[in-house]
Every structure is written in C-alpha cells, then in structure tokens.
Design a protein around this ligand. Structure first.
Ligand code: GTP
Ligand code: MG
Length: 593
C-alpha cells in the first residue's frame, strides 16, 4: 500500500514517518540507538526525522529507503511511505507513475495552524484523485493537547476540503515527537476515541476500485524478440486501472490499432492468465501490429478513451515563470509526450485560498488555471470524472515539471492553432507577378511535395534520390533534401537546443511550402512518419498537396499513400510506377521512362 505524507514545511512529516517506523518496530536492530548516540556525540538534539536520513540505502531486515520513500510493514501488510518534502517531486512521481499513492496523511502543525501548503497539498490530493485522506493534527504537545485547538483546525480544514470534494476519513490529534496516538493512544487526549495513525493506515483500502474499472495501460516500451524466426513483440507498461485476460480484444490509442492478447508475460515468472491494476506485465499479441510507446492500451469491450488535441483542464502551475499563451510546452500524459500550448484561460483560482482571480491573461506560480490546452498531435486520455489516473498530466517547461492537471472534458476544435497560423501565413505571403499556373506552364509540371516513407533498409532514400535524378534528366525542376539536412541548417541558424522531432517536421513543412510555391518537385524521405506527421506536413504545405510514396508496409496505418511499393523494390519498375502516378494526377505531363 502506497501512502504519501504531505503538509506544510516543518509541520512534522518526516518526524511522523520516523516515529511511526520506530514505534512500529520497523527499524533495523540498534538503528535508533545508533542515531541517538550520534546526535549526542555531535551535541545535537535527537530528531526522529534523522532516522530517515540514516536509513538511506539501508538494506537490513528488508527495509530500504531512498530520498523519497521508505518501506515498512505492519502485521497486516507492507507499506511504501512517501515523504513529500517538495510537492513538485511528489507530483512528478505521481504523474509519471513512479509513485502510486492511494492514501495520504496530511500533517498540520497544531501550533502554527493551517498554512498555505496545507491547503495547496489538499488541492493536489484532490487533483490526483487521492480520496483516502487522514489529517494528522501534529505537535499537540505544544498546545497542551487542547481539544479546542484541534476542533478549530478540524472545522476550518474540513470546510476547505469540502470545496474540493475531498472528505477526510479522520482527523487525529497527535504528537509525533512524543509518540502520542501514533501507534498507541495517549492519556493526554482522553476526548479522542478514534484510531491511532497506525490503525488508520491499516484501515485504508487497497486499490479501492482500480481493478474494477476499464482496463488502461500506457505503453512504456515495445520490445522485439531477436531470436531467429521469432518476430514477436512484447508490449510493456504499468496497468493503471482494470483487468485484462489472455484472449481479450484490445486496442491502442491514438493509433486505433487493435489485436488480441496472446500471452501475458511476467518478469522471471510463469506467464499469467490475467493481469490487473498495479501490475507491470508484458503482452504478446496474436497479430503483428506496430504500436509505439506512448499509446494507451485499452480493452475493446469497454468504454474507449478520449482521443484528440484539445481539452479543458484544471492545471496547477508550479513553474517559476508563468504559463503563457503562444509558448510551447511539453505535455506528458501516461507514457505519451506531445508539444502543447495554452489556448485559452477560462478562469484562475488561487490554490491556497480557492478564491478566483478575474481577468488573468497568464497562469502564475501556485495558480490553478481552468484552461483549454492544445497538443500538436492527438493524445489518448480519459476524463477525470471517469478515470482519474488516465486523466492526469504534467506540463514540462524547459525540462522542468512546471504544471500538473486533470482533464475535465474534450473541446471540439474549430480550427487548430496550426491551421490558424497557416491561414495567417498565406494572407501575409508576399507574392511576385508570376502565378503558380504560369510557372507550371513554363516548367511543364506543377510544384509538388513528394514524400517517401519507409525504412532506409528498404531502399526508401535511395529510391527518392533516384526519382530526383530521373526527373532532372527529363528536364523537370526538382530537388531532393533529406530531413537531417534541414535540421542541421536550422540548428546552426542559432537554435540553441536540438530540435525536437515535432519542430523538425514543422521546419520541413514550412520549407516545402516555399519550394513547391517556387514550382519545384520537392522530394524527401522520412523513415518513421506516422499519419499525424503526414497530416501536419500536408497542412503546412497548403495549398499544395502532398504526394506520398510508401515503401514497405511498416507505417502508417490509416493513411492512403498515392503509391505503395514493396520493401526493397526493383528501382526501375518502382520509378515507372511513381512517374505513372504523377502523370495520372496531372503533376507531370505524359511521358514514359
Ligand atoms: P520539511 O521536510 O522541512 O518540510 O519538514 P517536516 O514536515 O518533515 O518536519 P520535520 O519532521 O522535520 O519536523 C520539523 C520540526 O518540528 C522538527 O524540529 C521536529 O522536531 C519538530 N516536531 C515534529 N513533530 C513534533 C511534535 O509532535 N511536537 C513538537 N514539539 N515538535 C515536533
Ligand atoms: Mg521532512
């Protein structure tokens, strides 16, 4: 069971964990004494929080701890306790799947009372869909175990959480330092008759209802067997929700490809008949489908996920720089990554006050924006009202996680941001006196963007270059450019960071527009383009269409190329076929080669 401990700085999170481990007898033999002795030697007062540091990398008695987590067990079960000193780290872990906290202990210092982060963390728990929450009102020793103080905090904080639809299971008055109500009740709070922290933790429900929900697994990796004669692939990931069995029909989104589960492989263990939420198995399928990491695997007999580029979300912003419209960020959802932009701010809420701030044009640090985001390519997701786990995402700004959010609903796009940019570009295009028709008449062919797709090993690039030569020898105005040339050029033109694949495709599309407008048959070869890349190139090259030649059968599904050739085609025959197709679509005048 994963439990996270959150709360304002210095309210006693680490002390709660250290003390809990000590009192529950979860520490290695002699550890407590050792740390106490060390403190004495250094003339420092002993702190239970030091235990967490002292346990780092400790392996004795099956206890391990790293910076963020410690493991311990009660007679009932095993725990992973996450100490969340910084909410950013924790959020990052939660959203990337490194942590799967199902319950939370929220620590509030009785003496200091509810602070900003007490509220923010409550907000984050609600965003992450962690509904099992116990509030520990700590340092009761500093307020003489006053029931009045405890009741006031309980009342105020319950009101706050009620706005977030989080209903804490319990408020527990404790003193982590004195060990009051942690593993044993204390005589200091005769007015409290609820469970101790340990009892509370043991009463949290495991995987509340994750296994009963629709099956969802973000694909982390696709491994290919390399043994001879074996072309099976293993699709691997962590199951977020639901259950899947051998023989189930499954689909992958956003590609929409489908197949049937042939086997469920477990690491170093017998194959399984069934796998469920929390497990990280690998699947083999009955048919060969080309699935990419980042897709969402679902069962076909259950509700499909959403799939699109625009959605309305609640976004908690943690970045130092505000989130701005028109700026490019990276979205991570499940195992998928996509460039993302803020399209519209519908409202901004201060996460600690839950008060709304009117008329904001940007989302500042610690704001919660109700906003519309748009990704550069479709992503698969669920709505937070349906399946919280697959509705969560983070926004990355320059390699830093700067925001996290949940998706509330899909938004129909009237025109995408890209289409809008292309429209503006065309309006602003400074044209010369020569029309495209006049140019085509003189050149004896139209300008066109000819895109070859297929693996280099299948002879794709070679064929593209041969086509350039062939057309040139027939007096056409033509030009071949490989993708890497474009990027080298763009990168040396002062772009600081290496260009992402998305930016590369974008650059190529813009370039194609200029070259085809100049009346040239512009040829390139892409090894791993999918239908979204092609759709994007098409849009960027507007109003000139693409002419797609596919070599081999790998990619992409759901796109009909103008010409389809087998892998490693006979060059002469292939060229003839391409030229015939160019003739047929009126790009080249009739001639045979
Ligand atoms: P950060 O990790 O820095 O956010 O702090 P934290 O929430 O982990 O707090 P930590 O456990 O380090 O405790 C902060 C201080 O509060 C320490 O000096 C503790 O000794 C003290 N403290 C924790 N619990 C209690 C308590 O029950 N009573 C009293 N009097 N002091 C406590
Ligand atoms: Mg701490």
């Amino acid at each position: 069971m994963d439990v996270v401990v959150v709360g304002h700085v210095d309210h006693g999170k680490s002390t709660v964990i250290g003390r809990l481990m000590a009192d529950a007898g979860a520490l290695p033999e002699g550890k407590l004494e050792q740390v106490k002795a060390m403190c004495e030697r250094n003339a420092r007062p002993f702190e239970y929080a030091f235990l967490l540091d002292a346990l780092k990398n400790e392996r004795a008695q099956g206890i391990t701890i790293d910076t963020a987590r410690c493991f311990f067990r009660t007679p009932k079960r095993r725990y992973i306790i996450h100490d969340a000193p910084g909410h950013i780290e924790f959020l990052k872990n939660m959203v990337t799947g490194a942590a799967r906290a199902e319950a939370a202990l929220l620590v509030i210092d009785a003496h200091e009372g509810i602070q900003e982060n007490s509220r923010r963390h409550g907000y984050i728990l609600s965003m992450l869909g962690i509904r099992q929450v116990a509030v520990l009102v700590n340092k009761m020793d500093l307020v003489d175990y006053s029931r009045t103080v405890f009741d006031r905090i309980r009342r105020e904080y319950s009101e706050f959480l009620a706005n977030l639809a989080v209903q804490p299971e319990r408020f527990i008055p404790i003193s982590a330092r004195e060990g009051a109500n942690l593993t044993a009740p204390t005589a200091e709070t005769p007015w409290y008759d609820g469970p101790t922290v340990l009892e509370q933790v043991d009463s949290f429900e495991k995987n509340a209802d994750d296994s009963g929900r629709p099956f969802r697994m973000p694909v982390q990796d696709v491994y290919k067997f390399t043994e001879e004669g074996d072309d099976r692939r293993i699709v691997a990931g962590l199951i977020e929700t639901g259950t899947v069995r051998v023989g189930d029909e499954i689909a992958f989104w956003p590609s929409g490809k489908s197949s049937t589960v042939r086997s469920i492989e477990a690491f170093n263990a017998e194959p399984l008949r069934e796998a469920h939420a929390g497990q990280a198995p690998g699947f083999t399928l009955t048919t060969q489908v080309y699935v990419k990491p980042g897709e969402l695997m679902v069962r076909k007999d259950q509700a499909p996920p959403q799939c699109g580029t625009r959605f309305r979300a609640n976004l908690f912003w943690m970045g130092h720089a505000p989130m701005l419209r028109g700026k490019r960020y990276k979205l991570k959802i499940g195992a998928a990554r996509a460039p993302v932009e803020l399209v519209e701010i519908r409202g901004v809420v201060d996460a600690s006050e839950l008060s709304s701030i009117e008329g904001k044009t940007q989302i500042d640090r610690h704001d919660v924006g109700v906003c519309v985001l748009e990704t550069a390519r479709p992503v698969a997701f669920d709505l937070s009202a349906d399946i919280e786990r697959t509705a969560r995402f983070v926004v990355v700004d320059q390699d830093e996680i700067a925001g996290c959010g949940i998706i509330l609903e899909p938004v129909e796009e009237e025109t995408s941001l890209l289409a809008e940019r292309v429209r503006r570009r065309e309006l602003a295009w400074g044209k010369g006196y020569i029309t495209p028709g006049e140019r085509a008449a003189q050149y004896q062919h139209a300008g066109k963007f000819v895109v070859f797709i297929g693996a280099p090993a299948d002879g794709t690039q070679e064929l593209a270059k041969k086509l350039e030569l062939e057309l040139f020898l027939n007096r056409a105005h033509t030009y071949y450019l490989s993708l890497s040339n474009v990027f080298d050029a763009l990168e040396t033109a002062g772009e600081a960071a290496p260009l992402t694949r998305e930016e590369q495709i974008h650059g190529l599309g813009e370039l194609a527009r200029i070259i085809t407008d100049a009346g040239i048959l512009f040829i390139t070869a892409l090894s791993d383009a999918d239908e979204y890349d092609l759709a994007k190139l098409k849009l960027l090259n507007e109003p000139n269409e693409l002419f797609v030649v596919r070599v081999g059968d790998a990619v992409p599904e759901g796109f009909t190329p103008e010409v389809s050739l087998p892998a490693g085609p006979d060059v002469r025959r292939a060229l003839e076929e391409i030229v015939r197709a160019l003739n047929a679509s009126g790009i080249l005048p009739e001639y045979s080669i």
